[in-house]
Design a protein around this ligand. Structure first.
Ligand SMILES: *Cc1c(COP(=O)(O)O)cnc(C)c1O
Length: 392
């Protein structure tokens, strides 16, 4: 079979080549140049926020957030257990300890368990939350697959316990609230910090890259300063803090500016294709398309199917392999982070839904250039493969 429908590939149908050529001609290829500033301005405008700093990856954006939040060796940080491991690794870079939380049906952090954990398992004295003697400084909330975590509730708990909120919006650029007290607010602009990623599989890409925003202009300026080796003086080698080489390059930013021009179009296509998948899966008994939260406009970055494990006992690995043989690339959702080798010893609080979903969510081809014909083919193959694996 020559047909191959990939899970998620980048889309360069705009001004990418033109802008990268321009950057090359100007000779500005490294961490200086006008495209970096332009990308930051375009993002700030799009997100209705005051200041954005472009950096090297989503991971570096998260690391900088933790540093700025004051997370130090021996502190604790509350994190999700069902997500990509890049959301949690920076906690270890700071020699801090992650505490793993469960998800709700949006696959994002369960706000009730988060609140209960702070209420019941921690002590709160003199504006400081402590868990087993460790100071809990922050919570990292991931907006999984372009969904929105329940930020109203999470912010309330975080405020009560004086926790910094770091939003991992690497998958949710363009997702915003359409109802409630946060109406008009974009994922990543609600908490203290918001991290974005432009890795090759995200809704827009710069090859590798990221961005970071914060709730105060001066904080973003400071993050930018940290990302360029903390140069306290532009001409003399004066450094008042430990800095990092986390700044985005102008070559990447040239790609990014072209991608930002296409972002509204990409989101529109993702939403349309999602609706089409929904229609084709209507009435299917062996699985259902995962929903996005009510009261938000989601970028619908990644689609997923919840397989009915009461009717299908085959492993996710087997399902993925059989679909691959038919030219359809799918992927099982992540394994739980607290079960990965570097994290086995860490505490996890009442995990129920995370292991449940880890065993039955299948990600579907979600590229912006996928055609209706291809979606139809994908759905036919999934129905056929799952039908063949069903328990009679
Ligand atoms: C992609 C991703 C990251 C990391 O972004 P990079 O740019 O690859 O470093 C972090 N968290 C989540 C949830 C992601 O999906």
């Amino acid at each position: 079979m020559s047909k191959f429908i990939p899970l998620s590939i980048p889309n360069f149908e705009g001004n990418e080549k033109k802008y990268v050529d321009e950057a090359l001609e100007q000779g500005w290829v490294s961490t200086g140049g006008t495209y970096i500033t332009k990308l930051e301005e375009e993002m700030a405008k799009f997100l209705h926020t005051d200041n954005v700093a472009a950096c090297q990856s989503g991971t570096s954006a998260l690391h900088l957030s933790l540093i700025e939040a004051g997370v130090k060796p021996g502190d604790a940080v509350i994190v999700p257990s069902l997500t990509f491991i890049a959301a949690v690794n920076p906690v270890k870079y700071q020699f801090a300890t992650p505490i793993f939380m469960d998800c709700d049906d949006s696959f994002c952090m369960d706000p009730v368990k988060f609140r209960d954990f702070c209420n019941e398992k921690c002590e709160f004295n003199e504006h400081t939350l402590k868990y087993r003697g460790k100071v809990v400084k922050a919570v990292i909330v991931v907006h999984v697959f372009g969904n929105m975590a329940d930020m109203v509730s999470i912010m309330e708990t975080a405020k009560k316990y004086n926790l910094k909120v770091i939003e991992d919006a690497t998958e949710a650029l363009g997702t915003f609230y359409t109802e409630g007290i946060l109406t008009g607010k974009y994922a990543g602009t609600i908490g203290d910090f918001g991290a974005y990623s432009f890795n090759g599989n995200k809704i827009i890409t710069t090859g590798g890259g990221g961005a970071i925003t914060a709730n105060r202009i001066e904080v973003v300026d400071h993050l930018r300063y940290l990302s360029t080796q903390a140069k306290s003086d532009p001409h003399h080698y004066i450094h008042d803090e430990v800095g990092y080489n986390y700044r985005m390059t102008n070559l990447q930013a040239a790609l990014g500016v072209a991608q930002m021009e296409k972002l509204p179009e990409f989101i529109r296509r993702k939403q349309e294709n999602y609706d089409y998948y929904c229609k084709l899966f209507e009435g299917f008994e062996l699985g259902k398309l995962s929903r996005f939260r009510e009261g938000i406009s989601s970028n619908k970055w990644f689609y997923s199917l919840e397989i009915d494990k009461g009717k299908i006992s085959a492993s996710m690995r087997r399902i993925v392999t059989e679909l691959e043989e038919r030219g359809v690339q799918t992927r099982a959702i992540w394994g739980l982070i607290n079960e990965q080798e570097p994290y086995r010893e860490e505490d996890a609080y009442k995990l129920q839904k995370a292991p449940y979903y880890a065993d039955r969510i299948l990600n579907l081809p979600s590229s912006t250039q996928i055609t209706r014909e291809e979606i139809k083919y994908v759905v036919e193959q999934i129905k056929d493969v799952l039908g063949g694996l069903a328990i009679d």
